[in-house]
Structure formats: structure tokens, C-alpha cells
Design a protein around this ligand. Structure first.
Ligand SMILES: Nc1nc2c(ncn2[C@@H]2O[C@H](COP(=O)(O)OP(=O)(O)OP(=O)(O)O)[C@@H](O)[C@H]2O)c(=O)[nH]1
Ligand SMILES: [Mg+2]
Length: 464
């Protein structure tokens, strides 16, 4: 069996988690690849039992292999084109269905049989990953749950597009509604964890101002005088021609990926045994799915300066929670997320990561959650000198104001390509592989599912 092995992963003290990672498409593969590389560099014990990166684009597979040192047997090129599906998510969906056998054979060679959990990493804006993900989940659920009667859990880590990637907003809406609908038939993701490129970029720009300007200046070879200028580099018009230019997008991606990696590490680590670490209550990955609503936005606050001897702890914890929700979420949840469930993992030294603080944390969370929302705690104590204190919050079904923007972008795009002329309507088939009608109904689905995000006049005129 192929295993990802961190430097010391084979030693007696570490045990790989029962989770198999699949990266699909360019974004999904890059995130898994760079996550594995980072873990290797930091000599972290293996958080995954096996992994596979798959794509319909040969060049992208080659790139990810050499960039992150991925062995050939952990990658797979499938589908007919070898050059990706160019955002046509229906092609992404069908490609997985047509190649199901070769995908599953290779997964078997990599040891996926005994695993109970799968994490699928993908963007929600492209074609290969966005379209292929629902098809992989259907196949996994069919294989394990329907044929073998064995319960598995499947998590999707889905990346929402940057601002100004209007045509991708449609893909995101199609994918999220597809995943949620499939869940009603037990064939969908158990959890869809949303990370938003636009929010991650905003966080990076705010927190690492000077570095960000230097980096972008170097990469893009333009003179950036200030932060505001970076924001105007993202086109705000919905004209397709103005979609984010490739070089700028690549530079943005390099900026946000380390942030994505951090949250993946924070989510996977409590379930892995390590010496010098104590987790209570004992937590495995499946617990997230059991305790949370199906769509989750994480927030990660790292290196918190909690000092029990310096002033009121309830106050410090309140400040910590406020900051985590408002400034550290991976998709902007605004000031009143009204989450319907919360999972938190407080990691740090013994005198900080302790259950006695649970009641204060619960109180501090109360203004960000719906009445009656379940709160599940987890404490991770590290017995090494001066471990950092980190807080991971997983917010179940929070309000996500940026989804309104995504709905608006998608609606405007649909309106732009509408009219009696069949030439105009052919745009949908050409660029998405589907009809205008199917997309309109995905938007309607989305509006209904997330209707509480919308206020009157919010979205552009209703479409029929
Ligand atoms: N955070 C992050 N976003 C990425 C990365 N690579 C691509 N994206 C975003 O993902 C979206 C494009 O999806 P891709 O993953 O490139 O598409 P794909 O699944 O390969 O599908 P096709 O290229 O259409 O075959 C855009 O919104 C990109 O900005 C990455 O490494 N990290
Ligand atoms: Mg691609």
C-alpha cells in the first residue's frame, strides 16, 4: 500500500488517521500537493492514510508532480481531452462517471478499501473538480454504503472563486446545490467545508500588508503604491472579457494557499495520535460530520495571546471568540453569522486548553449562533515547551453574505446571455455543457436554500 509518510510517520508513536485525501482538478490537486509538502517539510506525522491527485489535464498533473514531489502512482489522468474541461462542469461530471473503473482501481491500489473517511479537495469554480466531485461521491457512497453496507463519511473542501470570476459563480452554485440535493438521497457529501478565495485574499492583504505588496510587485512587475490598489486589480464588472487575468490570478493563488493549508492541518490534526499531545474528548474526523450541519465555514485564529494570569479570563476569551469569528473566518460570515451548530478546537498548553473555560467560550459564542444551536468542544493539550495557542471554529450553516454576491454574479451572467436568439442561448451549452434552464433552476434552488441571506432588492431582477 502506498502511504504518504512524513519523516517520522512510520515510527511506533504515530498512527495515520483513517482518512483518504483526493485532490481533483488544478486547485484540488495543488492544495493537497502543497499540504503534503508542507507537512513533510515540518515533519508532521501523517494525517492521511493515502492520497490521490486526479485531473483531466495532463499539463496540470505534470506540474503538480514536480512542484510538490508527488510520485506518479499517486496521480491519475483520466477523461478524453488531456487538456482539462475548461470550466464545463457537466463534462467534469461525465468524465468521472466514464472513468469510474480506472479511478477506483487506482484508489484500491493506494489502499482506500479499509478507510472510513474521504476528504475531497476541489475548487468550486472550474470544471474538472467542480463537476467531478459530486460524481466521485456518488460512486464512493454506492460502493461502500449501498453495496457493502459500510458507513463512510465524505468531506468536501470546496474553494469559492475570487471576486470578478463571474462565470465561475455559476459553477459554484451548480456544485453546492448538487451536493446538498444529493445529500437528501444519502449520496452527497457529509460535510461541505467552504473556503473562499476572495475572503482568504482579503485576510492576507490585511494581515501581511507590506509583504503582500512586495510580493505582488515582484510577481506582477507593476508598481503598487498601496493596498487599495491591489483591490482594484480585481475587476468588478461582470463582462466576461474582464475576468481576472491569468497572471494576477496565479499570484493571488500563491498568496492564499498557505492559509488554506493551515486550516486543513488544523482540522485534520486532532484525530491523529501524537506523543506529547492529549485530546479530549477523543475526537476523530467523523465527529465533525456527526455534530455539524452540512455546510461549514471554518475560522482559524492562530498564536493567540491568552494569559491566564493577566486579567479576566472570561474577557480574554470573549475577545478571542469575537476576533476569530469576525476576522479569521475562511468565508466572510459578517457580524451575525447565526450559525446553527459550532465545533471548536482549542489547542495550547495545559493551563490554557482546558475544559474549565468551556462555559466562558459558550457564553462568548452565544451572540454568533442561533438559539439552541449545538456547541461541541474539543481541547488539545501539547506537553512541550511554550506551545502556541490556536483556536479552530467550525461554523455550521452560518450566514455567508458573500453568497449573495455570488448569486448576483451568476444571475447577471444568466441575464446577459438570455434573449430569444438561439445564438445567445447557445452560450450555456458551449461554456458549461448544460442548458440555461438547468442553471436557472440551480440558481432558484440556491436562492431557496439560502433565502435568508437575501434581502429584497438584493439580487438582480428575478429570472425565469
Ligand atoms: N485557492 C486556490 N484556488 C485555486 C487554485 N488553483 C485554481 N484555483 C481557483 O480554482 C478555480 C478554477 O478551478 P480549477 O481548479 O483550475 O479547475 P479544474 O477543476 O482544473 O477544471 P478545468 O480547468 O475547468 O478542467 C478558480 O477560481 C481559481 O482561482 C489553487 O491552487 N488554490
Ligand atoms: Mg484544470
Amino acid at each position: 500500500m502506498q502511504r504518504f509518510t512524513g519523516q517520522n510517520a512510520e515510527s511506533e508513536e504515530t498512527r495515520a488517521a483513517e482518512v483518504f485525501a483526493i485532490g481533483i482538478g488544478e486547485c484540488g490537486s495543488s492544495i493537497v500537493g502543497s499540504y503534503l509538502k508542507t507537512s513533510r517539510d515540518k515533519r508532521l506525522p501523517s494525517r492521511v492514510r493515502g492520497y490521490m491527485l486526479i485531473n483531466t489535464d495532463r499539463a496540470d498533473i505534470t506540474k503538480v508532480r514536480s512542484k510538490y514531489g508527488i510520485p506518479k502512482e499517486n496521480t491519475l489522468l483520466y477523461g478524453a481531452s488531456e487538456i482539462g474541461v475548461g470550466g464545463r462542469f457537466i463534462d467534469g461530471y461525465n468524465s468521472v462517471r466514464e472513468s469510474k473503473d480506472i479511478i477506483f482501481n487506482q484508489l484500491a491500489d493506494l489502499g482506500f478499501e479499509g478507510v472510513s473517511g474521504f476528504c475531497i479537495f476541489t475548487s468550486l469554480g472550474g470544471g474538472t473538480g467542480c463537476g467531478g466531485t459530486p460524481a466521485i461521491i456518488e460512486a464512493l457512497k454506492q460502493r461502500f454504503q449501498e453495496e457493502e453496507g459500510r458507513r463512510i463519511f465524505v468531506y468536501v473542501i470546496g474553494v469559492l472563486p475570487f471576486e470578478g470570476q463571474s462565470s465561475e459563480a455559476l459553477n459554484s452554485i451548480w456544485a453546492v446545490s448538487k451536493l446538498l440535493r444529493a445529500q437528501l438521497q444519502e449520496r452527497g457529501a457529509d460535510l461541505t467545508i467552504l473556503l473562499s478565495n476572495r475572503t482568504m485574499l482579503k485576510r492576507i492583504i490585511q494581515s501581511r500588508k507590506a509583504d503582500t505588496v512586495d510580493y505582488l510587485q515582484r510577481e506582477l512587475d507593476v508598481d503598487i503604491a498601496n493596498i487599495d490598489q491591489i483591490e482594484t486589480m480585481v475587476p468588478s464588472t461582470l463582462d466576461e472579457a474582464a475576468d481576472l487575468d491569468v497572471r494576477t490570478e496565479q499570484a493571488f493563488v500563491e498568496l492564499v494557499n498557505p492559509l488554506a493549508i493551515e486550516v486543513v492541518e488544523a482540522m485534520l490534526s486532532p484525530g491523529v495520535y501524537e506523543p506529547n499531545k492529549d485530546v479530549f474528548p477523543t475526537t476523530d474526523l467523523a465527529d465533525y460530520a456527526r455534530k455539524l450541519d452540512p455546510v461549514v465555514v471554518p475560522a482559524l485564529y492562530k498564536d493567540i495571546g491568552l494569559i491566564p494570569d493577566a486579567g479576566s479570563m472570561p474577557k480574554q476569551l470573549m475577545t478571542m471568540i469575537d476576533y476569530a469569528v469576525k476576522e479569521c473566518s475562511y468565508a466572510d460570515v459578517g457580524e451575525e453569522p447565526n450559525a446553527e451548530s459550532v465545533y471548536y478546537v482549542l489547542t495550547g498548553p495545559k493551563h490554557v486548553a482546558k475544559a474549565e473555560y468551556g462555559m466562558h467560550i459558550k457564553y462568548a459564542l452565544s451572540k454568533f449562533i442561533a438559539p439552541g444551536a449545538a456547541i461541541t468542544p474539543c481541547y488539545v493539550q501539547h506537553f512541550v515547551e511554550d506551545p502556541p495557542t490556536d483556536l479552530l471554529l467550525l461554523l455550521g450553516l452560518p450566514k455567508i453574505p458573500e453568497l449573495t454576491k455570488i448569486i448576483n454574479e451568476a444571475t447577471q451572467l444568466v441575464n446577459l446571455h438570455s434573449g430569444p436568439s438561439p445564438l445567445k442561448q447557445s452560450w450555456f451549452m458551449r461554456s458549461k455543457g448544460t442548458t440555461r434552464k438547468e442553471l436557472v433552476s440551480a440558481i432558484a434552488d440556491f436562492r431557496e436554500l439560502f433565502s435568508y441571506y437575501m434581502t429584497p432588492g438584493d439580487a438582480s431582477a428575478p429570472i425565469e
